[in-house]
Design a protein around this ligand. Structure first.
Ligand SMILES: Nc1ncnc2c1ncn2[C@@H]1O[C@H](COP(=O)(O)OP(=O)(O)OP(=O)(O)O)[C@@H](O)[C@H]1O
Ligand SMILES: [Mg+2]
Length: 518
Protein backbone atom coordinates (compact mmCIF):
# COMPACT_ATOMS: atom_id res chain seq x y z
CA UNK A 1 0.00 0.00 0.00
CA UNK A 2 1.43 3.42 -0.84
CA UNK A 3 1.61 6.16 1.79
CA UNK A 4 -1.00 8.89 2.06
CA UNK A 5 1.63 11.54 1.19
CA UNK A 6 2.08 9.87 -2.16
CA UNK A 7 -1.57 10.48 -2.83
CA UNK A 8 -1.40 14.24 -2.63
CA UNK A 9 -1.63 15.10 -6.27
CA UNK A 10 0.31 18.20 -7.41
CA UNK A 11 -1.69 21.42 -7.04
CA UNK A 12 -1.78 21.81 -10.82
CA UNK A 13 -3.62 18.49 -11.23
CA UNK A 14 -7.03 20.02 -10.76
CA UNK A 15 -6.44 22.32 -13.78
CA UNK A 16 -4.98 19.50 -15.81
CA UNK A 17 -7.79 17.02 -15.22
CA UNK A 18 -10.84 19.26 -14.85
CA UNK A 19 -13.71 18.16 -12.66
CA UNK A 20 -16.18 15.31 -12.35
CA UNK A 21 -19.03 15.86 -14.90
CA UNK A 22 -21.23 17.13 -12.03
CA UNK A 23 -18.78 19.99 -11.53
CA UNK A 24 -17.53 18.56 -8.22
CA UNK A 25 -13.73 18.53 -7.87
CA UNK A 26 -12.03 15.19 -8.27
CA UNK A 27 -10.78 13.78 -4.98
CA UNK A 28 -6.99 13.93 -4.40
CA UNK A 29 -6.87 10.13 -4.70
CA UNK A 30 -8.65 10.29 -8.06
CA UNK A 31 -6.23 12.98 -9.28
CA UNK A 32 -3.31 10.86 -8.10
CA UNK A 33 -4.66 7.99 -10.18
CA UNK A 34 -4.93 10.24 -13.24
CA UNK A 35 -1.33 11.35 -12.65
CA UNK A 36 -0.25 7.73 -12.52
CA UNK A 37 -2.08 7.09 -15.79
CA UNK A 38 -0.39 10.07 -17.45
CA UNK A 39 3.01 9.07 -16.12
CA UNK A 40 2.44 5.45 -17.20
CA UNK A 41 4.87 4.23 -14.61
CA UNK A 42 3.34 1.45 -12.59
CA UNK A 43 0.57 -1.03 -12.89
CA UNK A 44 -2.19 0.22 -10.63
CA UNK A 45 -4.72 -1.48 -8.38
CA UNK A 46 -7.46 0.80 -7.10
CA UNK A 47 -8.88 -0.83 -4.01
CA UNK A 48 -11.89 1.19 -3.06
CA UNK A 49 -15.25 1.19 -1.31
CA UNK A 50 -18.62 0.99 -3.05
CA UNK A 51 -19.63 4.15 -4.87
CA UNK A 52 -16.20 5.73 -4.44
CA UNK A 53 -15.94 6.33 -8.16
CA UNK A 54 -13.86 3.34 -9.26
CA UNK A 55 -15.70 2.91 -12.53
CA UNK A 56 -16.00 6.68 -12.95
CA UNK A 57 -12.27 7.17 -12.30
CA UNK A 58 -11.12 4.67 -14.88
CA UNK A 59 -13.76 5.86 -17.35
CA UNK A 60 -12.39 9.39 -16.94
CA UNK A 61 -8.84 7.99 -16.85
CA UNK A 62 -9.03 6.52 -20.35
CA UNK A 63 -9.44 10.08 -21.64
CA UNK A 64 -5.94 10.90 -20.40
CA UNK A 65 -4.40 8.31 -22.69
CA UNK A 66 -3.18 9.24 -26.15
CA UNK A 67 -5.54 8.72 -29.13
CA UNK A 68 -2.61 6.90 -30.76
CA UNK A 69 -2.74 4.16 -28.16
CA UNK A 70 -4.90 1.06 -28.32
CA UNK A 71 -6.82 0.87 -25.07
CA UNK A 72 -9.14 -1.82 -23.76
CA UNK A 73 -11.64 -1.33 -20.93
CA UNK A 74 -12.70 -4.73 -19.59
CA UNK A 75 -16.21 -4.56 -18.16
CA UNK A 76 -17.92 -7.20 -16.02
CA UNK A 77 -20.82 -7.95 -18.32
CA UNK A 78 -22.13 -7.15 -21.78
CA UNK A 79 -24.76 -4.64 -20.63
CA UNK A 80 -22.05 -2.55 -18.93
CA UNK A 81 -19.64 -2.91 -21.88
CA UNK A 82 -22.30 -1.82 -24.39
CA UNK A 83 -23.25 1.18 -22.33
CA UNK A 84 -19.61 2.19 -21.89
CA UNK A 85 -18.89 1.82 -25.59
CA UNK A 86 -21.21 4.72 -26.27
CA UNK A 87 -19.29 7.03 -23.94
CA UNK A 88 -15.58 6.31 -24.31
CA UNK A 89 -13.28 7.88 -26.96
CA UNK A 90 -12.79 6.07 -30.25
CA UNK A 91 -9.37 4.61 -29.45
CA UNK A 92 -10.87 2.83 -26.40
CA UNK A 93 -12.62 -0.51 -26.78
CA UNK A 94 -15.07 -1.42 -24.02
CA UNK A 95 -15.28 -5.21 -24.03
CA UNK A 96 -16.11 -8.22 -21.92
CA UNK A 97 -13.52 -10.95 -21.41
CA UNK A 98 -15.74 -13.21 -23.48
CA UNK A 99 -15.72 -10.77 -26.38
CA UNK A 100 -11.91 -10.69 -26.30
CA UNK A 101 -11.74 -14.48 -26.33
CA UNK A 102 -14.19 -14.61 -29.21
CA UNK A 103 -12.09 -12.05 -31.11
CA UNK A 104 -8.97 -14.16 -30.47
CA UNK A 105 -10.70 -17.24 -31.89
CA UNK A 106 -11.99 -15.38 -34.94
CA UNK A 107 -8.71 -13.73 -35.78
CA UNK A 108 -7.02 -17.12 -35.63
CA UNK A 109 -9.33 -18.40 -38.33
CA UNK A 110 -11.92 -20.14 -36.18
CA UNK A 111 -15.34 -20.18 -37.84
CA UNK A 112 -18.03 -21.83 -35.81
CA UNK A 113 -21.16 -21.15 -33.86
CA UNK A 114 -21.96 -20.30 -30.27
CA UNK A 115 -24.18 -22.92 -28.69
CA UNK A 116 -25.05 -22.58 -24.99
CA UNK A 117 -26.26 -26.20 -25.05
CA UNK A 118 -23.00 -27.66 -26.34
CA UNK A 119 -22.16 -29.53 -23.14
CA UNK A 120 -25.76 -30.66 -22.62
CA UNK A 121 -25.70 -32.25 -26.06
CA UNK A 122 -22.36 -33.95 -25.44
CA UNK A 123 -23.54 -35.23 -22.08
CA UNK A 124 -26.58 -36.78 -23.72
CA UNK A 125 -24.08 -39.09 -25.43
CA UNK A 126 -21.78 -39.52 -22.45
CA UNK A 127 -24.30 -40.28 -19.70
CA UNK A 128 -25.41 -43.93 -19.74
CA UNK A 129 -29.04 -44.64 -20.59
CA UNK A 130 -29.91 -45.76 -17.11
CA UNK A 131 -28.79 -42.36 -15.85
CA UNK A 132 -31.28 -40.65 -18.11
CA UNK A 133 -34.99 -40.21 -18.03
CA UNK A 134 -35.59 -39.87 -14.30
CA UNK A 135 -36.26 -36.56 -12.68
CA UNK A 136 -33.23 -36.62 -10.36
CA UNK A 137 -30.93 -37.38 -13.27
CA UNK A 138 -31.40 -33.88 -14.58
CA UNK A 139 -28.66 -32.86 -12.29
CA UNK A 140 -25.95 -35.31 -13.28
CA UNK A 141 -25.53 -33.23 -16.41
CA UNK A 142 -25.58 -30.05 -14.37
CA UNK A 143 -22.93 -31.39 -12.00
CA UNK A 144 -20.66 -32.36 -14.90
CA UNK A 145 -21.13 -28.90 -16.41
CA UNK A 146 -20.23 -27.32 -13.09
CA UNK A 147 -17.01 -29.34 -12.89
CA UNK A 148 -16.09 -28.51 -16.47
CA UNK A 149 -16.78 -24.83 -15.93
CA UNK A 150 -14.59 -24.72 -12.82
CA UNK A 151 -11.81 -26.54 -14.68
CA UNK A 152 -11.92 -23.95 -17.45
CA UNK A 153 -12.01 -21.01 -15.06
CA UNK A 154 -8.80 -22.43 -13.55
CA UNK A 155 -7.21 -22.81 -17.00
CA UNK A 156 -6.80 -26.58 -16.55
CA UNK A 157 -6.31 -29.25 -19.22
CA UNK A 158 -4.53 -26.94 -21.65
CA UNK A 159 -1.54 -29.20 -22.06
CA UNK A 160 -2.82 -32.56 -20.84
CA UNK A 161 -6.20 -34.20 -21.50
CA UNK A 162 -8.95 -33.89 -18.90
CA UNK A 163 -8.71 -36.71 -16.39
CA UNK A 164 -11.04 -38.19 -13.85
CA UNK A 165 -8.49 -37.76 -11.05
CA UNK A 166 -8.07 -34.03 -11.75
CA UNK A 167 -11.85 -33.65 -11.79
CA UNK A 168 -12.05 -35.38 -8.40
CA UNK A 169 -9.57 -32.82 -7.09
CA UNK A 170 -11.74 -29.96 -8.38
CA UNK A 171 -14.79 -31.60 -6.84
CA UNK A 172 -13.17 -31.45 -3.38
CA UNK A 173 -13.45 -27.66 -3.39
CA UNK A 174 -17.00 -27.34 -4.74
CA UNK A 175 -20.31 -29.02 -4.07
CA UNK A 176 -21.14 -31.87 -6.36
CA UNK A 177 -24.46 -33.64 -6.30
CA UNK A 178 -23.78 -37.38 -6.20
CA UNK A 179 -27.38 -38.60 -6.26
CA UNK A 180 -27.46 -42.34 -6.80
CA UNK A 181 -24.08 -42.30 -8.57
CA UNK A 182 -20.74 -41.86 -6.83
CA UNK A 183 -18.38 -38.94 -7.27
CA UNK A 184 -15.67 -40.80 -9.26
CA UNK A 185 -18.32 -41.83 -11.77
CA UNK A 186 -19.58 -38.27 -12.22
CA UNK A 187 -15.99 -37.03 -12.52
CA UNK A 188 -15.35 -39.64 -15.16
CA UNK A 189 -18.32 -38.41 -17.21
CA UNK A 190 -17.18 -34.81 -16.74
CA UNK A 191 -13.65 -35.64 -17.93
CA UNK A 192 -15.02 -37.53 -20.93
CA UNK A 193 -17.36 -34.68 -21.87
CA UNK A 194 -14.50 -32.21 -21.44
CA UNK A 195 -12.29 -34.13 -23.88
CA UNK A 196 -15.05 -34.39 -26.48
CA UNK A 197 -15.90 -30.72 -26.07
CA UNK A 198 -12.26 -29.60 -26.45
CA UNK A 199 -12.01 -31.31 -29.80
CA UNK A 200 -15.43 -30.31 -31.08
CA UNK A 201 -14.42 -27.24 -33.00
CA UNK A 202 -17.57 -26.23 -34.85
CA UNK A 203 -19.40 -25.03 -31.74
CA UNK A 204 -18.36 -23.25 -28.56
CA UNK A 205 -20.15 -22.31 -25.36
CA UNK A 206 -19.51 -19.32 -23.12
CA UNK A 207 -16.76 -20.91 -21.06
CA UNK A 208 -15.02 -21.96 -24.28
CA UNK A 209 -14.71 -18.32 -25.26
CA UNK A 210 -12.20 -17.90 -22.44
CA UNK A 211 -10.57 -21.33 -22.45
CA UNK A 212 -10.40 -22.40 -26.09
CA UNK A 213 -8.16 -19.55 -27.33
CA UNK A 214 -5.50 -20.81 -24.90
CA UNK A 215 -6.00 -24.41 -25.94
CA UNK A 216 -5.81 -23.55 -29.63
CA UNK A 217 -2.93 -21.15 -28.97
CA UNK A 218 -4.75 -18.32 -30.71
CA UNK A 219 -3.33 -14.85 -31.10
CA UNK A 220 -4.90 -12.50 -28.59
CA UNK A 221 -5.62 -8.88 -29.52
CA UNK A 222 -2.96 -6.62 -28.02
CA UNK A 223 -3.44 -3.34 -26.23
CA UNK A 224 -1.07 -0.62 -25.13
CA UNK A 225 -3.02 -0.27 -21.90
CA UNK A 226 -5.64 -2.32 -20.13
CA UNK A 227 -8.29 -1.03 -17.73
CA UNK A 228 -10.20 -3.66 -15.74
CA UNK A 229 -13.30 -3.13 -13.60
CA UNK A 230 -14.73 -5.37 -10.82
CA UNK A 231 -11.44 -7.21 -10.32
CA UNK A 232 -12.64 -8.81 -7.07
CA UNK A 233 -14.87 -11.17 -9.05
CA UNK A 234 -12.45 -12.43 -11.70
CA UNK A 235 -11.10 -15.96 -11.99
CA UNK A 236 -7.67 -17.26 -12.90
CA UNK A 237 -8.26 -17.59 -16.63
CA UNK A 238 -9.39 -13.96 -16.73
CA UNK A 239 -6.12 -12.98 -15.03
CA UNK A 240 -4.28 -14.87 -17.75
CA UNK A 241 -6.26 -13.02 -20.41
CA UNK A 242 -5.24 -9.66 -18.94
CA UNK A 243 -1.66 -10.91 -19.13
CA UNK A 244 -2.04 -11.97 -22.77
CA UNK A 245 -3.63 -8.78 -24.08
CA UNK A 246 -1.58 -6.23 -22.12
CA UNK A 247 1.53 -4.81 -23.69
CA UNK A 248 1.79 -1.95 -21.21
CA UNK A 249 0.23 -0.50 -18.11
CA UNK A 250 -2.63 -2.36 -16.40
CA UNK A 251 -5.06 -0.29 -14.33
CA UNK A 252 -7.43 -2.44 -12.31
CA UNK A 253 -10.21 -1.49 -9.88
CA UNK A 254 -12.15 -3.47 -7.34
CA UNK A 255 -13.44 -3.79 -3.83
CA UNK A 256 -12.55 -6.88 -1.79
CA UNK A 257 -15.77 -6.49 0.19
CA UNK A 258 -17.83 -6.78 -3.01
CA UNK A 259 -16.61 -10.26 -3.93
CA UNK A 260 -19.90 -12.13 -4.55
CA UNK A 261 -19.26 -14.57 -7.39
CA UNK A 262 -17.10 -17.23 -5.68
CA UNK A 263 -19.96 -19.72 -6.17
CA UNK A 264 -19.45 -19.36 -9.92
CA UNK A 265 -15.70 -19.89 -9.83
CA UNK A 266 -14.43 -16.35 -9.15
CA UNK A 267 -11.28 -16.43 -7.04
CA UNK A 268 -12.00 -14.88 -3.63
CA UNK A 269 -8.38 -13.64 -3.56
CA UNK A 270 -8.63 -12.24 -7.09
CA UNK A 271 -7.50 -8.73 -6.14
CA UNK A 272 -4.46 -9.94 -4.25
CA UNK A 273 -3.58 -12.37 -7.02
CA UNK A 274 -3.78 -9.62 -9.65
CA UNK A 275 -1.68 -7.35 -7.50
CA UNK A 276 1.03 -9.98 -7.27
CA UNK A 277 0.81 -11.08 -10.90
CA UNK A 278 1.28 -7.53 -12.20
CA UNK A 279 3.34 -6.05 -9.32
CA UNK A 280 0.70 -3.41 -8.86
CA UNK A 281 0.87 -0.28 -6.77
CA UNK A 282 -2.29 -0.09 -4.68
CA UNK A 283 -4.38 3.09 -4.34
CA UNK A 284 -7.19 3.36 -1.81
CA UNK A 285 -10.43 5.36 -2.14
CA UNK A 286 -12.66 5.31 0.93
CA UNK A 287 -15.11 8.15 0.34
CA UNK A 288 -18.37 7.15 -1.29
CA UNK A 289 -19.83 9.75 -3.60
CA UNK A 290 -22.95 7.69 -4.09
CA UNK A 291 -24.58 7.07 -0.77
CA UNK A 292 -26.30 9.48 1.58
CA UNK A 293 -25.17 9.52 5.22
CA UNK A 294 -27.86 7.32 6.71
CA UNK A 295 -27.17 4.69 4.05
CA UNK A 296 -23.43 4.88 4.74
CA UNK A 297 -24.16 4.34 8.46
CA UNK A 298 -25.98 1.13 7.66
CA UNK A 299 -23.36 -0.15 5.21
CA UNK A 300 -20.59 0.53 7.74
CA UNK A 301 -21.75 -2.49 9.68
CA UNK A 302 -19.69 -4.52 7.22
CA UNK A 303 -17.20 -1.96 5.89
CA UNK A 304 -16.42 0.38 8.81
CA UNK A 305 -14.08 2.63 6.77
CA UNK A 306 -16.82 3.60 4.29
CA UNK A 307 -17.01 7.39 4.54
CA UNK A 308 -19.65 9.77 3.17
CA UNK A 309 -18.49 12.65 1.00
CA UNK A 310 -18.45 16.19 2.43
CA UNK A 311 -21.92 17.70 2.31
CA UNK A 312 -23.52 14.34 1.59
CA UNK A 313 -27.28 14.60 2.20
CA UNK A 314 -28.76 12.81 5.19
CA UNK A 315 -30.90 10.56 2.98
CA UNK A 316 -33.31 8.06 4.42
CA UNK A 317 -33.43 4.40 5.38
CA UNK A 318 -37.07 3.31 5.44
CA UNK A 319 -38.33 0.09 6.97
CA UNK A 320 -41.49 -1.21 5.31
CA UNK A 321 -42.90 -4.01 7.47
CA UNK A 322 -44.79 -5.46 4.52
CA UNK A 323 -45.06 -5.37 0.76
CA UNK A 324 -47.67 -2.71 -0.16
CA UNK A 325 -50.92 -3.97 -1.63
CA UNK A 326 -51.13 -0.93 -3.88
CA UNK A 327 -48.48 -1.30 -6.58
CA UNK A 328 -48.49 2.47 -7.18
CA UNK A 329 -45.86 2.42 -4.44
CA UNK A 330 -43.31 1.19 -7.01
CA UNK A 331 -44.15 3.66 -9.73
CA UNK A 332 -43.42 7.31 -10.37
CA UNK A 333 -45.46 9.19 -7.85
CA UNK A 334 -44.72 12.91 -7.33
CA UNK A 335 -41.18 13.19 -5.97
CA UNK A 336 -40.90 9.42 -5.52
CA UNK A 337 -39.27 7.76 -8.50
CA UNK A 338 -39.34 4.26 -9.80
CA UNK A 339 -36.95 2.40 -7.53
CA UNK A 340 -34.40 -0.26 -8.31
CA UNK A 341 -35.85 -3.39 -6.68
CA UNK A 342 -33.31 -6.00 -5.62
CA UNK A 343 -33.48 -9.29 -3.78
CA UNK A 344 -31.22 -12.14 -2.63
CA UNK A 345 -33.35 -14.68 -4.49
CA UNK A 346 -35.45 -14.89 -7.61
CA UNK A 347 -38.75 -16.04 -6.17
CA UNK A 348 -39.75 -12.73 -4.51
CA UNK A 349 -38.84 -10.83 -7.70
CA UNK A 350 -40.91 -13.23 -9.75
CA UNK A 351 -43.89 -12.94 -7.42
CA UNK A 352 -43.75 -9.16 -7.48
CA UNK A 353 -43.29 -9.28 -11.26
CA UNK A 354 -46.35 -11.51 -11.58
CA UNK A 355 -48.40 -9.02 -9.61
CA UNK A 356 -47.18 -6.22 -11.87
CA UNK A 357 -47.93 -8.29 -14.96
CA UNK A 358 -51.43 -9.04 -13.62
CA UNK A 359 -52.08 -5.30 -13.36
CA UNK A 360 -50.51 -4.67 -16.79
CA UNK A 361 -47.81 -2.45 -15.33
CA UNK A 362 -44.53 -1.84 -17.09
CA UNK A 363 -41.48 -3.37 -15.43
CA UNK A 364 -38.23 -5.08 -16.37
CA UNK A 365 -36.67 -8.13 -14.79
CA UNK A 366 -32.94 -8.22 -15.52
CA UNK A 367 -32.10 -11.92 -15.46
CA UNK A 368 -31.06 -14.86 -17.56
CA UNK A 369 -33.66 -17.03 -15.87
CA UNK A 370 -36.00 -17.12 -18.84
CA UNK A 371 -33.80 -19.51 -20.80
CA UNK A 372 -32.80 -21.67 -17.87
CA UNK A 373 -36.34 -22.05 -16.49
CA UNK A 374 -37.76 -22.92 -19.89
CA UNK A 375 -35.00 -25.44 -20.49
CA UNK A 376 -35.59 -26.98 -17.09
CA UNK A 377 -39.35 -27.24 -17.70
CA UNK A 378 -38.73 -28.85 -21.11
CA UNK A 379 -36.36 -31.41 -19.63
CA UNK A 380 -38.58 -32.22 -16.68
CA UNK A 381 -41.69 -32.65 -18.82
CA UNK A 382 -39.86 -34.11 -21.84
CA UNK A 383 -41.35 -31.26 -23.83
CA UNK A 384 -44.93 -32.34 -23.21
CA UNK A 385 -46.46 -28.90 -23.54
CA UNK A 386 -50.00 -30.19 -23.10
CA UNK A 387 -49.19 -31.66 -19.66
CA UNK A 388 -51.74 -30.30 -17.15
CA UNK A 389 -50.49 -28.03 -14.42
CA UNK A 390 -51.21 -30.52 -11.59
CA UNK A 391 -49.18 -33.21 -13.29
CA UNK A 392 -46.34 -30.73 -13.77
CA UNK A 393 -46.45 -29.76 -10.09
CA UNK A 394 -46.31 -33.45 -9.09
CA UNK A 395 -43.20 -33.92 -11.22
CA UNK A 396 -41.64 -30.77 -9.83
CA UNK A 397 -42.34 -31.82 -6.24
CA UNK A 398 -40.85 -35.27 -6.84
CA UNK A 399 -37.74 -33.69 -8.38
CA UNK A 400 -37.31 -31.31 -5.48
CA UNK A 401 -37.84 -34.00 -2.84
CA UNK A 402 -35.03 -36.07 -4.36
CA UNK A 403 -32.66 -33.15 -4.63
CA UNK A 404 -33.45 -31.90 -1.16
CA UNK A 405 -32.75 -35.27 0.40
CA UNK A 406 -29.52 -35.88 -1.44
CA UNK A 407 -28.27 -32.34 -0.68
CA UNK A 408 -29.09 -32.69 3.00
CA UNK A 409 -27.46 -36.12 3.18
CA UNK A 410 -24.20 -34.83 1.76
CA UNK A 411 -24.30 -31.26 3.13
CA UNK A 412 -24.33 -29.60 -0.30
CA UNK A 413 -25.94 -26.38 0.83
CA UNK A 414 -25.08 -24.23 -2.20
CA UNK A 415 -26.75 -26.73 -4.47
CA UNK A 416 -29.76 -26.88 -2.18
CA UNK A 417 -30.06 -23.08 -2.15
CA UNK A 418 -30.06 -22.92 -5.96
CA UNK A 419 -32.55 -25.79 -6.27
CA UNK A 420 -34.83 -24.30 -3.63
CA UNK A 421 -34.89 -20.95 -5.46
CA UNK A 422 -35.65 -22.64 -8.78
CA UNK A 423 -38.36 -24.76 -7.17
CA UNK A 424 -39.98 -21.78 -5.40
CA UNK A 425 -39.89 -19.70 -8.59
CA UNK A 426 -41.56 -22.45 -10.62
CA UNK A 427 -44.22 -23.10 -7.98
CA UNK A 428 -45.03 -19.37 -7.94
CA UNK A 429 -45.27 -19.33 -11.73
CA UNK A 430 -47.30 -22.53 -12.01
CA UNK A 431 -49.78 -21.30 -9.43
CA UNK A 432 -50.54 -18.14 -11.37
CA UNK A 433 -54.14 -17.95 -12.60
CA UNK A 434 -52.91 -17.76 -16.20
CA UNK A 435 -51.39 -21.25 -16.03
CA UNK A 436 -53.38 -24.36 -16.86
CA UNK A 437 -50.71 -26.49 -18.51
CA UNK A 438 -47.02 -26.50 -19.44
CA UNK A 439 -47.67 -24.49 -22.60
CA UNK A 440 -49.28 -21.63 -20.66
CA UNK A 441 -46.53 -21.85 -18.03
CA UNK A 442 -43.89 -21.33 -20.71
CA UNK A 443 -45.90 -18.47 -22.20
CA UNK A 444 -46.09 -16.81 -18.79
CA UNK A 445 -42.31 -17.16 -18.32
CA UNK A 446 -41.77 -15.45 -21.68
CA UNK A 447 -44.16 -12.61 -20.80
CA UNK A 448 -42.62 -12.05 -17.40
CA UNK A 449 -39.17 -11.46 -18.83
CA UNK A 450 -40.22 -9.46 -21.89
CA UNK A 451 -40.36 -5.99 -20.27
CA UNK A 452 -37.90 -3.31 -21.32
CA UNK A 453 -38.88 -0.32 -19.18
CA UNK A 454 -40.48 0.68 -15.88
CA UNK A 455 -38.90 -0.22 -12.54
CA UNK A 456 -35.96 -2.61 -12.74
CA UNK A 457 -36.13 -5.82 -10.72
CA UNK A 458 -33.00 -7.95 -10.33
CA UNK A 459 -31.07 -10.11 -7.94
CA UNK A 460 -28.36 -8.45 -5.90
CA UNK A 461 -25.81 -10.37 -7.97
CA UNK A 462 -27.12 -8.70 -11.10
CA UNK A 463 -27.17 -5.26 -9.48
CA UNK A 464 -23.35 -5.15 -9.43
CA UNK A 465 -22.09 -1.70 -10.41
CA UNK A 466 -25.60 -0.21 -10.63
CA UNK A 467 -26.89 2.73 -8.64
CA UNK A 468 -30.28 4.39 -8.23
CA UNK A 469 -31.70 7.30 -6.33
CA UNK A 470 -34.10 4.95 -4.60
CA UNK A 471 -33.51 1.28 -3.94
CA UNK A 472 -35.83 -1.30 -2.42
CA UNK A 473 -34.26 -4.39 -0.89
CA UNK A 474 -37.03 -6.94 -1.03
CA UNK A 475 -36.99 -9.46 1.83
CA UNK A 476 -33.72 -8.35 3.48
CA UNK A 477 -34.28 -11.24 5.89
CA UNK A 478 -33.10 -13.59 3.11
CA UNK A 479 -29.51 -12.39 3.68
CA UNK A 480 -27.46 -14.14 4.90
CA UNK A 481 -28.91 -17.13 3.13
CA UNK A 482 -29.94 -19.86 5.56
CA UNK A 483 -27.94 -22.23 3.37
CA UNK A 484 -24.63 -20.42 3.93
CA UNK A 485 -22.78 -22.46 6.53
CA UNK A 486 -19.07 -22.14 5.84
CA UNK A 487 -17.06 -19.06 6.66
CA UNK A 488 -16.33 -18.39 2.98
CA UNK A 489 -20.04 -18.60 2.16
CA UNK A 490 -20.97 -16.29 5.02
CA UNK A 491 -18.42 -13.70 3.97
CA UNK A 492 -19.89 -13.76 0.46
CA UNK A 493 -23.36 -13.23 2.00
CA UNK A 494 -22.27 -10.19 4.00
CA UNK A 495 -20.54 -8.87 0.90
CA UNK A 496 -23.88 -9.25 -0.89
CA UNK A 497 -25.66 -7.32 1.84
CA UNK A 498 -23.05 -4.57 1.49
CA UNK A 499 -23.47 -4.49 -2.29
CA UNK A 500 -27.26 -4.30 -1.85
CA UNK A 501 -27.20 -1.45 0.63
CA UNK A 502 -24.69 0.60 -1.33
CA UNK A 503 -26.72 0.67 -4.56
CA UNK A 504 -28.85 3.48 -3.09
CA UNK A 505 -27.99 7.14 -3.47
CA UNK A 506 -30.73 8.82 -1.45
CA UNK A 507 -33.43 6.46 -0.19
CA UNK A 508 -32.99 2.86 0.83
CA UNK A 509 -36.11 0.87 1.68
CA UNK A 510 -35.91 -2.45 3.49
CA UNK A 511 -39.15 -4.19 2.58
CA UNK A 512 -40.12 -7.15 4.73
CA UNK A 513 -42.93 -9.62 4.29
CA UNK A 514 -43.88 -11.32 7.55
CA UNK A 515 -46.19 -13.74 5.74
CA UNK A 516 -43.21 -14.75 3.53
CA UNK A 517 -45.71 -14.76 0.72
CA UNK A 518 -43.49 -12.78 -1.64
N1 LIG B 1 -15.19 13.17 -7.75
C1 LIG B 1 -16.48 12.91 -7.78
N2 LIG B 1 -17.35 13.88 -7.45
C2 LIG B 1 -18.67 13.66 -7.45
N3 LIG B 1 -19.25 12.51 -7.79
C3 LIG B 1 -18.44 11.51 -8.14
C4 LIG B 1 -17.03 11.64 -8.15
N4 LIG B 1 -16.50 10.47 -8.53
C5 LIG B 1 -17.55 9.62 -8.75
N5 LIG B 1 -18.72 10.25 -8.52
C6 LIG B 1 -20.08 9.68 -8.64
O1 LIG B 1 -20.23 8.69 -7.63
C7 LIG B 1 -21.11 7.67 -8.04
C8 LIG B 1 -20.46 6.31 -7.89
O2 LIG B 1 -19.42 6.17 -8.83
P1 LIG B 1 -19.02 4.77 -9.46
O3 LIG B 1 -20.20 4.05 -9.96
O4 LIG B 1 -17.89 5.05 -10.39
O5 LIG B 1 -18.47 4.05 -8.16
P2 LIG B 1 -17.84 2.61 -8.03
O6 LIG B 1 -16.75 2.75 -7.03
O7 LIG B 1 -17.47 2.09 -9.35
O8 LIG B 1 -19.07 1.82 -7.40
P3 LIG B 1 -19.26 0.23 -7.27
O9 LIG B 1 -18.38 -0.16 -6.14
O10 LIG B 1 -20.69 0.07 -6.93
O11 LIG B 1 -18.86 -0.37 -8.57
C9 LIG B 1 -21.46 7.98 -9.50
O12 LIG B 1 -22.73 8.61 -9.52
C10 LIG B 1 -20.35 8.94 -9.92
O13 LIG B 1 -20.77 9.81 -10.96
MG1 LIG C 1 -18.19 0.35 -10.33
Amino acid sequence: MIQLDDLIAPASSQDKFGTHPSGVAWAPAQLAIFEAIVRRVDNILINAVAGSGKTTTIEAGVRFTSPNERIVFLAFNKAIADELSRRVPRHVMAKTFHALGFAALRSSGWRGEVDGRKLRNILQEVLPDNAKGQAADLDYGAECIKLISHAKSRALFLEEPASQSAMVEIAQGIEIDEGTYRLPQICNWAAQAFRISANMRDTIDFDDMLWLPFYLKCNWPQFDRTFVDEVQDLNYIQHLIVQKVSMGQVIAVGDRAQSIYAFRGATPSSMDDMKLMFSMVEFPLSVTYRCARSIVDLAREWVPHLTPRDNAPEGQVIIEPEVPVDLDYFFQNGAIHEPLIICRQNKPLIKLGLRMLGEQRRFTIRSNLEGSLTYFVDTLTKKKDQMPKDEFLDLLNAWFKDIEKSCHDSGRMGQLAASQDRYDALVALANDVMVVDVRSLKRLIAQLFAGKDGPLLCTIHKSKGLEADEVVILRPDLIPSRFAKTEVDLVQEYNLLYVARTRAKRILTLMYDPSEDI
